[in-house]
Design a protein around this ligand. Structure first.
Ligand code: AMP
Length: 475
């Protein structure tokens, strides 16, 4: 990076390398000699369509949200799990459902590489992989429910647009082994708290029950008959779905469907006794916790494995197709479907990309977190003495202080200018006094300077800077 120093803008230029692009860069064609600066003609690589680099400058907010998620998960008794980014395709075909957009159209299938020719796919969502792990590792013998959390990238080969990426991040929470309904409410309250603590206002949970294998088949038959009777009014895509996954028609965002859907039979009027009791129980618990929710009889979720409770989070007034901030629900048949004993489960996936967009759009206070600047920069009168500067900075870091050593061989004045640009609190100035065991300590914002014994340096900086210290305090 040469003498330009680091900045989000320059870092971005380096991160942008890595994948081919068809769009030529403006530097292509010219060929200035390489002089240590980043101005060589560069291959025209870009991140693949539908993906993006998260650059320094954006990542501080991202880190805040990930930490909040991890903190909340721990507060609610969830344990971290990490499952592979890819699984046998079968896990998704069975676990998500073959007649879903996610599996039919959006699965990133990987070419088989093993002699056995196993078919793999990148995970489009985390629940199937987590449940596969639950079965594989015999977690049904652990105390139930097993409460698991995972944060990471998901992959869907979808048409990229605002808020819809081919690689996106989810914070996922799963409670496996509890039939509810109290835990359903607990998990919805957890997601609600996450948005509140993240600083996003106006978030609403929409709630529905989609029944279970006892009552859903009769409802599906009734719904199919209803739409068949109105088939001439159906848009072509919905006509195709009618015979394959009729429930999906209910969450169609096609304006032509609005009136038909409003008059369609409602699952919540046709729940069996146990499902109705469960749904009432979820609402009683949510009411007791003071969690507001809106009943949404058309909410069916895109995945086949859901039973009973289904929910989605939206910013009020922004309820379009790409606008769901999070989705979740109960999946009482999934563990068995993936080879385990019948075991109930419930979870949610919160999209972090859309949360970041929503925070920015609403100018929420936590929308752009600024990384704390360095505490100290070690500079020196002898430009060539990088050894001493690096040693002093290393000792400061060992004492828990965020420090940078000036490793360029420029004059002291330039070194101090760079320290001020870094917005460091202190410049540690290594000079002739080192022979007597002392260095200069300049408080850059205050413009004051004093000599400090080298063995007292970390303590002195720590005392003056207390609040911004990283890691263990110097003794
Ligand atoms: P789903 O499993 O489709 O309900 O997704 C759960 C959440 O993940 C959604 O509410 C979104 O916040 C997020 N999400 C799903 N698909 C995408 C995507 N293609 N790009 C960005 N975020 C997504």
């Amino acid at each position: 990076m040469g003498s330009r120093g680091w900045s989000p803008a320059t870092a971005g230029r380096d991160l942008a390398r890595g994948t081919p692009s068809t769009e030529p860069r403006s530097t292509a064609g010219s060929s200035p000699p390489f002089d240590g600066l980043d101005c060589r003609p560069m291959p025209t690589y870009r991140a693949p369509r539908g993906t993006r680099d998260l650059l320094p400058g954006e990542t501080a907010t991202w880190t805040r949200l990930e930490r909040l998620a991890a903190d909340l998960a721990a507060r609610y008794g969830y344990h971290r799990i990490e499952t592979p980014l890819f699984e046998l395709t079968d896990v998704f075909e069975r676990g998500v459902g073959e007649v879903t957009d996610i599996v039919e159209k959006e699965l990133f299938r990987l070419a088989p590489r093993t002699e056995e020719g196993e078919a793999w796919a990148l995970r489009p969502e985390p629940t199937a992989g987590i449940v596969r792990a639950y079965v594989q590792h015999g977690m049904q013998t652990w105390p139930q429910p097993v409460k698991l959390t995972e944060t990471g990238p998901m992959f869907r080969y979808d048409r990229p647009q605002a808020g819809r990426y081919r690689q996106f991040w989810q914070w996922d929470v799963e409670a496996i082994g509890d039939p509810g309904p109290a835990i359903d409410a607990e998990i919805i309250e957890l997601a609600t708290r996450f948005y509140r603590e993240a600083g996003l206002a106006g978030v609403e949970v929409q709630l529905n029950s989609i029944g279970d294998p006892a009552c859903r088949p009769a409802y599906v038959a009734e719904l199919t008959a209803y739409f068949r009777a109105n088939v001439s009014a159906l848009p072509e895509l919905e006509r195709d779905r009618l015979e394959r996954n009729v429930l999906r028609l209910l969450d169609s965002k096609d304006p032509a469907m609005a009136a038909l859907n409003a008059a369609a039979p409602r699952i919540t009027d046709r729940l069996c006794g146990l499902c109705a009791e469960h749904f009432a129980g979820v609402q009683t618990h949510l009411d007791a916790l003071g969690v507001p929710y809106r009943l949404a009889p058309g909410l069916v979720r895109g995945l086949d494995y859901y039973t009973r409770t289904a929910f989605e989070f939206y910013v009020v007034g922004r309820e379009g197709q790409q606008q769901a901030l999070a989705g979740g629900g109960r999946y009482d048949g999934l563990v068995e479907l993936l080879g385990g004993r019948p075991t109930p489960g419930i979870g949610f996936g919160i999209g972090l990309d859309r949360l970041l967009l929503a925070l920015a759009e609403t100018n929420a206070p936590g929308a752009s977190v600024v990384e704390p600047p360095l505490v100290a920069v070690v500079v020196g009168a002898d430009p060539d003495d990088t050894v001493t500067r690096l040693r002093v900075a290393t000792d400061l870091r060992a004492a828990g202080i965020a420090a940078r050593a000036e490793l360029g061989r420029r004059k002291l004045g330039k070194q101090l200018e760079a320290a001020a640009r870094d917005q460091a609190h202190f410049a540690v100035i290594v000079g002739d006094e080192l022979a007597a065991g002392e260095v200069g300590l300049r408080d850059l914002p205050a413009g004051t300077q004093k000599l400090v014994a080298i063995e007292d340096l970390a303590r002195e900086i720590g005392r003056s800077h207390g609040a911004h210290r990283h890691g263990p305090a110097p003794d």
